[in-house]
Design a protein around this ligand. Structure first.
Ligand code: PEP
Length: 259
């Protein structure tokens, strides 16, 4: 269903009216995690000033350590809905458990499936039935073929509004958090008709790499990027070192405009 063989035209996915697909470089930005109403609103306004048209933000955070901040859950979803009402930005947010899909879909404009859940097939199927577009991250140790098969699980349930997101994979290299597999973008675009975006924040894991990796994403023809921003990264409850601040965002906006 997601293969380009039977569907040569590349798909445009609309998220709350915002297109992602051929001819777009959709900027999705916002905090890694929803922490407070004010932090989320500030991050959304920063994102919007830099040209972002979709707001990201995690209410459910899949953390490596069970002692790390796990997200605000349903309270975070309400904050995202309030910030959408204030800014007009449609919301992209992660769902980590099949039992939460219905609730998250009530608030989200797009469901995000994270790298740790790319092969959580029950979650993929539930997301496929939720009636909302789905952003599917690539598994950190997953091949491109496995990623596309995961998309197939969603599509099988009648939902073809799927956006693939390359977010870096595990390699032997330790200088970056993950290795951005930039070649995955044109490869996936040739194999599948679905839009392919890049997450330069979670791949590099470092603020100073976000702009160069965004430039790489633009150069290979990605259909968008998803970027972490935070008004006070030094006190962020999640992934502060990779979050962009206001001064970076002007540069980011200029970079995206070069398209
Ligand atoms: C995220 O985007 O918030 C996230 C946790 O990303 P990933 O699943 O790629 O680690």
């Amino acid at each position: 269903l997601v293969s380009r063989e039977n569907h040569p035209e590349r798909t445009v996915v609309h998220v709350g009216g915002v297109p992602i697909g051929p001819g777009t470089m959709t900027l999705i930005a916002g905090p890694c995690a929803v922490e407070t109403p004010d932090q989320t609103l500030q991050a959304a306004l920063m994102a919007q000033r830099s040209g972002a048209t979709l707001l990201r933000g995690g209410a459910y955070k899949p953390r490596t350590s069970p002692y790390a901040f796990q997200g605000l859950g349903a309270a975070g979803l309400k904050i995202l809905a309030d910030v959408r009402a204030e800014t007009g930005m449609p919301v992209v947010t992660e769902v980590v458990d099949a039992r939460d899909v219905e609730l998250v879909a009530q608030y989200a404009d797009m469901l995000q499936i994270g790298t740790r859940n790319t092969q959580n097939f029950a979650l993929l199927q539930a997301a496929g039935e939720a009636g909302k577009p789905v952003m599917l991250k690539r598994g950190m140790s997953g091949t491109i073929e496995e990623w596309l098969m995961s998309a197939e699980y969603i599509a099988q349930r009648g939902n073809l509004d799927i956006v693939l997101c390359e977010r870096g994979i595990r390699t032997f290299e330790k200088a970056t958090r993950n290795t951005l597999d930039i070649s995955a973008v044109p490869v996936a675009q040739r194999l599948s008709h679905l839009p392919v975006i890049v997450d330069p924040s979670h791949s590099g894991g470092r603020r100073d790499l976000v702009l160069p990796l965004t430039a790489a994403a633009i150069a290979v023809g990605a259909d968008g990027v998803i970027i972490d921003v935070h008004p006070h990264p030094e006190s962020a409850l999640c992934d502060g070192p990779q979050a962009l601040v206001d001064t970076d965002l002007e540069e980011l906006a200029a970079l995206v405009r070069t398209l």
